[in-house]
Design a protein around this ligand. Structure first.
Ligand code: MNH
Length: 481
């Protein structure tokens, strides 16, 4: 794209480019604040590369049009690709392994398929409850982001490849997680001779990096080898499906190296994302007591005063308000905050900005999700925006926390089932008080999450409380369905 026609931040420096105001620990938030002053589209130059960023809802809706644009795998995705090759997230659109893995795995991610993971998800959620029960008894605070990550890691480990990270038994992250995070930090660093010393300081040496990757690969390869030698999983998992099913039309199969790359991808893509979403939801719930009260009323209407409710698979779809809380949290802080779109052919964006075939732009979701022309009072947390029927009143393609088109998130149903189940159980069991005067701060790794957010859980006194027999939600929109 001819970036010279686009606004760029003031104080552009030779060689480095637009780095004034850039906090290297929070690049996304720096870009957000920068772009919000420059308009719906702007360019930022970093080390000689022009990065076009789009935050206006109209332009983003256009970029989401699959007939004109497609996923681009440059920038951050390229880094990940060094580790997991042509697995689902990192494959180029036309690489054969993308379509093959997509077709083999789609049946494992339908809503119906979630029935098969429900019991495991519930078992892991109960480990989280046990941990919070202990904190409640001792009147301690819990580290919300850390505990949500324990829960999602354990869930993807068990449903993905029958692996127990034992995340709830550890104070420090599992070695797999340490290696994974360091590797991602390393890969995300621009591969420049000048920056090598900085990279070494921040993300370790090249040797360390190779050892980290080897650890990830060995861990998964060992499980694959055991399966191929006849070991079975407790319940059917993603690994079983990849090892034992062939493409429905062609009969083609994924090779074992690719299967390993897919599993590593699922662990990376499938835990911090959902964990962050839950953490933001808990943050907003505790900051909005009325929303909290409605959400608790919803779970109480479903599970009454059961000491230890037994959520069924069908219950999850009934928790519509809890789901709306998650939707709204993902509007304000989509935990995968950006993705790249490239032009399929020469085209003009927004009737003004020429793009050649292959030119790409970054979609900045937190800005698109706060465009005031689509979202009145955009900074206000209000789950009623996602009341049944409300989405129809908005233009299409403006809310995309799970990405868009054929390369959208395959794990969406998985994430939502796990998150609604967990949030429902937490709200049913505890009243939650945030650490005093907590102000939301956001940590950026590959994903976003609240930093330093603590909560004190207290067991609710269900037995002494009378529970309404009908839903107390008075909002007409919610009763209409
Ligand atoms: Mn997920 C792709 C967001 C949970 C596995 N995911 C994407 C994309 C977004 C995204 C955005 C598209 C990125 C792009 O266009 O470059 N994902 C999320 C969010 C959550 C999430 C916000 C939780 C909340 N994702 C999960 C879970 C899994 C998963 C859980 C696995 C169990 N995601 C993937 C995979 C892809 C993906 C695999 C790549 C799909 C493809 O390109 O075919």
């Amino acid at each position: 794209m001819d970036a010279s026609s686009l606004p760029h931040p003031p104080y552009r420096l030779p060689f480095l480019g637009d780095v004034v105001g850039l906090n290297p620990r929070t690049p996304l938030q720096s870009s957000m604040w920068m772009l919000s002053g420059l308009g719906p589209i702007a360019v930022r130059r970093l080390l000689g590369t022009d990065i076009v960023m789009v935050g206006g809802a109209d332009l983003v809706a256009e970029l989401n049009d699959e007939t004109r644009f497609a996923k681009n795998t440059g920038l951050h995705i390229y880094a990940l690709r060094q580790i997991v090759g042509d697995a689902l997230f990192t494959a180029d659109n036309d690489e054969p392994n993308w379509q093959l893995a997509h077709d083999i795995l789609m049946p494992a991610f339908t809503r119906e398929a979630m029935l098969g993971y429900h019991a495991t998800m519930l078992a892991v959620a109960r480990q989280l409850l046990a941990r919070w029960d202990t904190a409640a008894r001792r009147q301690q605070h819990v580290d919300v982001s850390a505990d949500m990550t324990r829960m999602t890691l354990e869930t993807i480990g068990r449903t993905g490849f029958g692996y127990r990270f034992d995340a709830f038994d550890r104070d420090r992250p599992h070695p797999f997680v340490t290696a994974m995070n360091r590797t991602l930090r390393y890969g995300n660093f621009p591969d420049s001779r000048w920056l090598a010393p900085v990279r070494r300081a921040v993300a370790g040496s090249a040797r360390r990096h190779r050892a980290d990757v080897a650890l990830l690969e060995r861990t998964v390869d060992d499980v694959i080898a055991a399966r191929l030698a006849g070991a079975t999983s407790e319940t059917p998992d993603l690994l079983d499906r990849m090892l034992h099913s062939a493409h429905p039309d062609t009969g083609a199969r994924l090779d074992p190296v690719n299967v390993r790359q897919q599993i590593i991808t699922f662990v990376i893509a499938g835990h911090e994302t959902t964990s962050g979403a839950l953490s933001f939801a808990l943050y907003y719930l505790t900051a909005h007591p009325q929303v909290m009260a409605r959400a608790q009323a919803e779970v109480d209407a479903l599970w009454g005063h059961a000491e230890d409710p037994e959520p069924t698979f069908a219950d999850i779809a009934r928790l519509r308000y809890v789901r709306a809380v998650l939707d709204e949290a993902l509007r304000l802080w989509p935990t995968v905050p950006a993705y790249l779109r490239e032009a399929r052919t020469d085209t003009v964006l927004g009737g003004r900005y020429r793009m050649r075939q292959g030119d790409w732009a970054v979609v900045l979701l937190p800005l698109a999700h706060r465009d005031p022309t689509v979202w009145p009072e955009p900074d206000r947390f209000d789950p009623d925006r996602f009341a049944p029927g409300k989405a129809k009143a908005r233009p299409p393609h403006v809310y995309k926390p799970f990405g868009t088109g054929q390369r959208a998130c395959i794990g969406r149903q998985f994430a939502l089932h796990e998150a609604v189940l967990t949030l429902g159980l937490l709200l049913h069991r505890y009243d939650l008080t945030p650490t005093e005067a907590y102000r939301l701060q956001i940590a950026e790794t590959l994903t976003l999450k609240p930093r330093g957010f603590g909560l004190q859980p207290r067991r609710r006194q269900h037995l002494s409380r009378s529970v309404p027999t009908t839903s107390p939600l008075s909002n007409a929109d919610w009763d209409a369905v």
